[in-house]
Design a protein around this ligand. Structure first.
Ligand code: NAG
Ligand code: NAG
Ligand code: NAG
Ligand code: NAG
Ligand code: NAG
Length: 664
């Protein structure tokens, strides 16, 4: 979580861009609010070229929330009447005045108009500029920062200024306080060496000491209890999930991967052992972003990513014969050591895709960058296909994506794609979002777990971490109110019931808590009020005099699903994988199967599901045992009813299906 702080503050500023300062010169637009773990090292070289992006203030953001709720409240007449991407784009499109003012300002500051590129949906303007130019433009100094734990290097500044006349037209500029990472070698795992897994990959992995001959396993069926090894059959049994049986075109499930690649051999071994109905060679259809490919060989060895394998093994096993689409974001050139820079924002699915026919032909490639931020209202507009018409489904996990860039500068790559792909109805995302936080995904599974994010507690006065006992540090974007946050459970030895996950020696717990940034959304109000009334967590104030958690914040997770001991092959060997990164794809698959049934009945996709979930706790098994310790406390308890450990509970497929089939 701590790695995310900068991104989070950017998003916050996106919500309320004004920092009024009363004088005529350039005014402070944004400043670093938390020190995080980025330590300032030295001035950045003035000749380095950075890819700059300016997000325009968008129209109608004030009503975005209400609009989304109207479309997703099961009691609303408009339920399920999702907007088209074009409607979303038109509705939130920044004004011409905003675009004009910013362009005039840049032009008069020496960044000529012909260097600007405005994104097709008009949410963004981008250009390349040297650090020298930027320092003058933004009255700031750029520095190289080092992450104190991962040692990754970033370029950014502590704050920046813009003229009063453009201040209100801009959400934010990057890279600035939101840094850009100087990309280092991707973490590598060679075939046959699984030893790197437990330490270097975000999911919690341990080798499965099972004699798991795929053919024998498939032939005999598993006699191993689900408590020990969670197979797709276990998941179906546990939640009453039917086998996938249909394949509605247009309902493919989206899987997002970044910097982590599946390998076919492991998928084949997993399917052969656990899902023999899935033919050898099955894998999601690749929709590579900016040249993203998978599988991937580096230095002659195939890359094996636990995250990818986990997502794909689970999802394909549950939804097959429905297919999956892989949105693989990669920056291959930047894999060269000390060469190139990770681009900042996710470069994925842009609402302007409706323009693809006209602008870019069938290949769909067009220059543009998209921010897909499920919680940034900016994303409701230009780039926000992900939010309104689309089911954005995330667990306690994040989305992030460096684009392509190469070593000579950090210029925009030739092959950027925008609107090239139509978003799928459900996207399972297991990565972080945040322009400064490329490294995040390496840690995020642990980082988001428990109330304290692995022992990191906030010192409320200055927002730094490791205040012990400080306040709990909520995780982002799990705390975002516009997505479904999925906590993790484990199966009890009775092989039937579940408890909140706890692997004490790994400090792996189900993340949960209350946001400091987003207030309790309407759909949670009565549920949370009830929670505080019936089972108030017995915390007073921290030793710094602040509350441990924010009672008026958005509570998370929303639901939970098993996230421990998921059996799959990694590097040719059976392994148990755990993490909320396992829970998210399981829940995503359930929603995909529900959409499949709704399509068959001529209905729309379920869209944003939280308002419906909270009105239907009967569609869940309440998890009432376990807790998520942290900050030298026991954290929160799983309790009767919703709790900030396991949410409403684990799904009962048939009940949930009834709920959604009863809706228009
Ligand atoms: C970087 O990009 C430029 C412009 O697209 C290209 O000419 C150059 O060959 C690239 N360099 C590398 C190392 O890929
Ligand atoms: C934050 O506050 C704590 C406690 O007062 C202090 O020890 C720490 O040095 C402060 N950190 C920063 C970066 O100001
Ligand atoms: C608590 O949450 C509310 C609502 O999101 C927010 O306005 C407030 O600033 C938060 N308090 C703290 C101490 O972060
Ligand atoms: C959790 O439950 C234990 C045992 O009932 C209790 O002592 C503790 O106060 C509870 N903690 C919270 C945060 O509710
Ligand atoms: C909270 O304050 C009450 C009243 O002062 C006290 O009885 C209780 O022990 C305190 N709880 C904790 C966890 O410090």
């Amino acid at each position: 979580m701590r790695l995310l702080t900068v991104a989070t503050s950017t998003l916050l500023l996106g919500l309320s861009s004004a920092i009024p300062t009363p004088h005529n010169g350039p005014i402070l637009h944004e400043k670093r609010t938390h020190s995080t773990q980025l330590v300032r090292r030295h001035r950045a070289p003035s000749t380095t070229t950075l890819p700059v992006r300016i997000g325009f203030s968008q129209s109608n953001l004030d009503i975005a929330h209400a609009l989304l709720m109207e479309l997703s409240d099961p009691l609303s007449d408009k339920y399920g009447q999702h907007m088209s991407a074009k409607e979303v784009s038109d509705f939130f499109r920044p004004s011409s005045e905003s675009i004009g003012s910013v362009r005039d300002w840049l032009h008069s500051s020496g960044i000529d108009t012909d260097r600007h590129q405005v994104s097709p949906g008009r949410g963004w303007l981008k250009f390349d500029a040297t650090i020298e130019e930027l320092e003058s433009l933004l009255s700031t100094e750029y520095h190289v920062y080092e992450h104190s734990e991962t040692e990754e290097l970033h370029i950014g500044c502590d704050g920046y200024h813009v003229p009063l006349g453009v201040h209100s037209h801009i959400d934010f500029i990057s890279p600035t306080v939101s840094t850009i990472q100087i990309k280092s070698r991707a973490s590598k795992q060679k075939r046959g060496s699984t030893k790197a897994s437990p330490a270097s990959f975000p999911p919690y992995v341990k080798p499965a000491n099972l004699n798991l001959d795929p053919a024998a396993f498939a032939a005999s069926g598993s006699t191993i209890p689900c408590y020990t090894a969670v197979t797709p059959d276990c998941l179906r049994k546990l939640y009453g999930i039917p086998k996938g049986s249909s394949k509605h075109k247009g309902n493919e499930i989206g899987i997002f991967e970044d910097g982590d690649w599946y390998d076919q051999e492991d998928l084949d071994l997993t399917f052969a052992a656990l899902s023999p109905n899935i033919p050898k060679g099955s894998h999601p259809a690749l929709e590579g972003i900016d040249g993203g490919i998978a599988p991937f060989f580096f230095d002659g060895s195939e890359q094996i990513g636990v995250e990818s394998l986990l997502d794909m093994s689970i999802i394909l096993s549950l939804v097959y014969p429905q297919q999956a689409i892989l949105f693989q974001v990669d920056d291959l050139t930047a894999l060269e050591p000390s060469q190139g820079f990770g681009d900042t924002f996710l470069d994925a699915l842009d609402a302007s895709y409706e323009e693809r026919g006209q602008k870019s032909g069938s290949t769909g490639a067009m220059p543009c960058k998209a921010l897909v931020s499920p919680c940034n209202p900016s994303s409701f507009g230009d780039d926000g296909a992900g939010t309104l018409g689309l089911e954005s489904l995330l667990g306690l996990s994040f989305m992030q994506g460096p684009g392509a860039a190469n070593g000579t500068g950090i210029t925009w790559p030739e092959k950027e794609m925008c609107g090239a792909y139509k978003p799928t109805n459900v996207i399972s995302v297991s990565y972080g979002l945040g322009e400064d936080t490329f490294s995040f995904f390496y840690e995020n599974r642990q980082c988001v777990d428990g109330v304290s994010n692995r022992g990191e507690c906030i010192i409320p006065s200055n927002g730094t971490y490791n205040g012990d006992p400080g306040a709990f540090s909520p995780s982002f974007p799990a705390s975002c109110p516009y997505l479904t946050s999925v906590g993790a459970t484990q199966i009890n030895p009775d092989d039937k019931t579940e408890t909140a996950v706890a692997v004490d020696n790994e400090e792996y717990y189900s993340g949960g808590g209350f946001s400091n940034y987003w207030p309790t959304p309407d759909y949670q109000q009565s549920t949370l009020a009830n929670y505080f009334k019936k089972t108030p967590p017995p915390y007073n104030l921290t030793s710094y005099g602040n509350p441990y958690y924010n009672q008026s914040g958005r509570g998370y997770p929303d639901v939970s699903v098993v996230g421990l001991n998921i059996l799959l092959y990694v590097g040719g060997q059976p392994a148990f994988v755990g993490g909320t990164s396992a829970s998210a794809p399981i829940f995503a698959s359930i929603v995909n199967l529900i959409n499949e049934k709704r399509f068959a009945a001529g209905k729309s996709t379920v869209g944003f599901i939280n308002p419906t979930l909270y009105k239907n706790p009967q569609a869940f098994t309440d998890i009432t045992t376990g807790s998520n310790p942290g900050c030298n406390t026991n954290g929160f308890n799983a309790t009767k009813g919703w709790d900030p450990v396991t949410g409403i509970g684990t799904p009962k497929f048939s009940k949930l299906l009834d709920v959604f089939m009863d809706l228009p």
